[in-house]
Design a protein around this ligand. Structure first.
Ligand code: UDP
Ligand code: MG
Length: 326
């Protein structure tokens, strides 16, 4: 199968028939074999009935329904696991992303060898202040922190080589950072394509103000996990050592200074009256805590089930085994 289209959806009953028709029209014109996987993220409207009808009508369409709303990442993760295509594309269900882009995304992966191609809603049709401006800032931060040159990390329209979606795991709100996860899994050929964007035709946005808090927190988690989850001491160790050393030498200085002054009969204050003494004590405590945290984190990561799971890209043939068996 050439391409799987994974569509996460939550209360999008009006859009689904139109979207399915549009995808079919585009892909059939291109002569691509495809499947449409609609993941109903616990919709409370009629979405699931609509999906069942569509699945009866078109053999390429199928649906998966969650018992309750788990979030877009969970829906995408489930869709990824179920997908069978050489290329796996994702798109929002709300008709804001255009299926016309799919053939080109497919071509970029298959012919140009990209591991993933992310859409870029260059002309974005969303509210300016609640979406467009915060999103510019957020993308700028993500670019700086991850070194991935994308303009639109969170674009719903993306396409991946099959291996990519089969080797990353999404949870929480990680759907915003799939390019980061892909890069850390070793898929570094990440492309970008300017895509058309429409205003939402039916229904309303499913992401409110809470995304301003969750987005940045998840970015920090993603960066920390991808860089340090296998060696947390490399993060906590230097930080703890630095802060502890700062406190230790400052306290040492205060003590020596006190003795020196006593010896030469210079005026001096009690060590406990010196505010710097308390700052250096605090530094030593914080430094120790960071160090201990590092040790604990090392213990946790030693026990992580995936501690020795690597992505193997290729192996040479085992010729010895072969010649014996034949
Ligand atoms: N979505 C989902 N689960 C959720 C929230 C959203 O599956 O908990 C889907 C939603 O139905 C849509 C896509 O994710 O297909 C993007 O959501 P939305 O269009 O509301 O986001 P926006 O375009 O406003 O950023
Ligand atoms: Mg939308």
């Amino acid at each position: 199968m050439d391409i799987s289209i994974v569509i996460p959806l939550y209360n999008e009953e009006e859009s689904l028939p139109e979207l399915t028709d549009w995808i079919r029209r585009v892909l059939e014109k291109e002569g691509l074999s495809y499947e449409i996987i609609m993941v109903d993220d616990g919709s409370k409207d009629n979405s699931w009935n609509v999906i069942e009808q569509l699945a009866r009508k078109f053999p390429q369409a199928r649906g998966i329904k969650f018992q309750r709303n788990y979030g877009k990442s969970a829906a995408l993760n489930t869709g990824f696991q179920a997908s069978r295509g050489t290329v796996v594309a994702t798109m929002d269900a709300d008709l804001q992303d255009s299926p016309e882009e799919l053939p080109e995304l497919y071509r970029m992966i298959v012919e140009e060898g990209y591991d993933m191609v992310s859409g870029w809603k260059k002309k974005r049709k969303d509210p300016l202040f609640s979406k467009n401006i915060p999103s510019k800032f957020y993308n700028w931060t993500a670019r700086r922190m991850t070194g991935i040159r994308l303009h639109d990390f969170n674009c719903g329209l993306k396409a991946y080589r099959r291996d990519v979606v089969k080797s990353i795991e999404l949870y929480g709100e990680m759907h915003r950072y799939i390019p980061v996860l892909a890069k850390w899994a070793g898929f570094s050929k990440i492309g970008e394509k300017v895509v058309a964007h429409q205003e939402r035709k039916y229904g309303t946005t499913k992401f409110g103000m809470e995304r301003f808090i969750r987005g940045p927190l998840d970015l920090m988690s993603v960066i920390f996990i991808s860089r340090f989850s296998k060696r947390p001491m490399h993060f906590f160790g230097p930080l703890g050592t630095l802060i502890f050393a700062l406190g230790f030498f400052a306290a040492g200085y205060i003590g020596i200074n006190k003795l020196y002054r006593l010896k030469h009969h210079l005026p001096t204050i009690l060590v406990a009256d010196n505010p710097y003494f308390f700052i250096s004590l605090t530094c030593m405590i914080i430094g120790t805590l960071l160090f201990v945290t590092g040790f604990l984190a090392e213990l946790v990561s030693r026990n992580a089930p995936d501690r020795n799971q690597y992505l193997i890209e290729k192996r040479t043939e085992n010729r010895q085994g072969k010649s014996k068996s034949t």
